[in-house]
Each structure stands twice: as structure tokens, then as C-alpha cells.
Design a protein around this ligand. Structure first.
Ligand code: AP5
Length: 210
């Protein structure tokens, strides 16, 4: 199965992706995670991406497409995969079609902007295992500590109100073309991301035929 997750910042893409990979045993490709890893390693790619990410803008299509092309050639992708945060522009969507044919489903998690900003500023993530928490809606059992692996939770540098507003604008500037792209192919499934996390998961499973 080849799935794409579309949604504004903090819509719940990463949260749902982790449940989908467990259920369908798929490879997980998050372009945001790949870029953050490069930033923390201080690689040439990370240095190029850091400023753009901190500003809430998009890394160039050329760079992102090269990253995804490379990642898709890895062995674990043979069984199928979830793309989280890619494609993000119409150019990226067209390139993905060229690379893989077409996806089975593009899942658009829809959430109003005011809710997104609240979620985003309250998010905490585990730098070691990638678990995602929310200080308001799904806090860790012990404040600041990962339930899964015990690591100290961190907040992303771009998870603040100022950058969050730019990220939202960036999403709205490019999302319509992307959503149209998959609607025209009959692959789009829109899910209400305001529902609680389990309900969103169940709606997605139902749409995928479970
Ligand atoms: P990326 O890391 O992809 O960030 P994003 O798209 O802004 O998405 P987020 O990771 O912020 O949110 P999410 O939807 O995964 O939400 P989550 O599940 O964590 O990209 C970062 C940057 O990298 C970009 O700004 C750009 O610069 C660059 N980049 C990446 N891909 C690119 C591309 N293709 N092209 C160009 N540049 C690219 O949930 C958020 C919070 O809400 C959590 O606290 C969670 O617990 C909570 N939550 C989730 N679901 C619910 C729910 N149903 N109810 C209540 N709370 C919920």
C-alpha cells in the first residue's frame, strides 16, 4: 500500500502515521523528520534546510524530491510506505506520480487554523523514539519524560506562535493545488481531524477497507 498524508502543521499526520505503519507494516517516510535529522547532524543538507525550516517556509522542490527519490529506493519501501508531509506542492505531487505511478490513497486530515495553533504550541516529541505528546490533549504520564523510552521530551524550534502562523500560511498557499491533484485522480479521502485521535484513526481504517 502507498499512502500520502496531507494536512496543515499539527493536523495529526505524524500521530496517525505511527498507527498506520503498525497496522499495515509499512515504511514511514517523513520529510520533516529526515530534514530535522540532517539539521541535528549538521550536514550540508541540514545547513541548507535549517534557515528555511526555522522561518516556516518550504525547502526547495528540487532538494526534497532528491531526498524522497533516494529514500524510496531503500529496501523497506518495497512492502509499501506512508509519505508524511510529502508531496506538499503540485510540482512534488507530479514528480511523485512520475516516480511511482500513483498512490493508493491521499488522506487529508482537516483541522481549523485556531485549533492547529493551540496543538502546535503544546506539542512535545521524543528525540529518541519519535513518540508525540501534547501538554493539553495527550500529556506524558510524567511531565517532560517519554512514556515509551524514558527520554527527555523536547519542543520543536518551529513550534511557536510566530513561526506557526507562517507555516499555516505556507500550507494554505500550496494545499488547494495538492488536494485538487488527488481529487482529480479519485484518490482523496478527507477526514475530520477535530475528532479525537482514536476516532480519526478508525475513520482512516474504515476508508482503507478495514
Ligand atoms: P513537518 O515536520 O512535516 O511539519 P508539519 O507538516 O508542519 O507537520 P507537523 O509535524 O507540525 O504536524 P503533524 O501533522 O505531524 O501533527 P502531529 O501528529 O505531530 O515539516 C517541518 C518543516 O520541514 C516544514 O515547515 C518545511 O520547512 C520542511 N519540509 C518538510 N517536508 C517538506 C516538503 N515536502 N517540501 C518542502 N519543505 C518541507 O500532532 C500535532 C499535535 O497535535 C501533537 O501534540 C499531537 O499529540 C496532537 N494531536 C494530533 N492529533 C490530535 C487530535 N485528533 N486531537 C487532539 N490532539 C491531536
Amino acid at each position: 500500500m502507498k499512502l500520502v498524508l496531507i494536512g496543515a502543521p499539527a493536523a495529526g499526520k505524524g500521530t496517525q502515521a505511527r498507527r498506520l505503519i503498525d497496522k499495515y507494516n509499512l515504511a514511514y517516510i517523513s520529510t520533516g523528520d529526515i530534514l530535522r535529522e540532517q539539521v541535528s547532524k549538521g550536514t550540508e543538507l541540514g545547513l541548507k534546510a535549517k534557515e528555511v525550516m526555522d522561518a516556516g517556509k518550504l525547502v526547495s522542490d528540487e532538494l526534497i524530491i532528491a531526498i524522497v527519490k533516494d529514500r524510496l529506493s531503500e529496501d523497506d519501501c518495497k512492502v509499501g510506505y506512508i509519505l508524511d508531509g510529502f508531496p506538499r506542492t503540485d510540482v512534488q505531487a507530479q514528480k511523485l506520480d512520475e516516480l511511482i505511478g500513483s498512490v493508493d490513497r491521499a488522506i487529508y486530515i482537516k483541522v481549523p487554523d485556531d485549533v492547529l495553533l493551540t496543538r502546535l504550541t503544546a506539542r512535545e516529541t521524543c528525540p529518541d523514539c519519535g513518540a508525540i505528546y501534547n501538554k493539553i490533549s495527550s500529556p506524558s504520564k510524567e511531565a517532560g519524560v517519554c512514556d515509551v523510552c524514558g527520554a527527555k521530551l523536547t519542543q520543536r524550534k518551529d513550534d511557536n506562535m510566530e513561526t506557526g502562523l507562517v507555516r499555516l500560511k505556507t500550507f494554505h498557499d500550496t494545499a488547494d493545488a495538492l488536494i485538487d491533484h488527488y481529487a482529480k485522480q479519485g484518490k482523496l479521502f478527507e477526514v475530520d481531524g477535530l475528532a479525537d485521535i482514536d476516532e480519526v484513526t478508525n475513520e482512516i481504517f474504515k476508508n482503507l477497507g478495514e
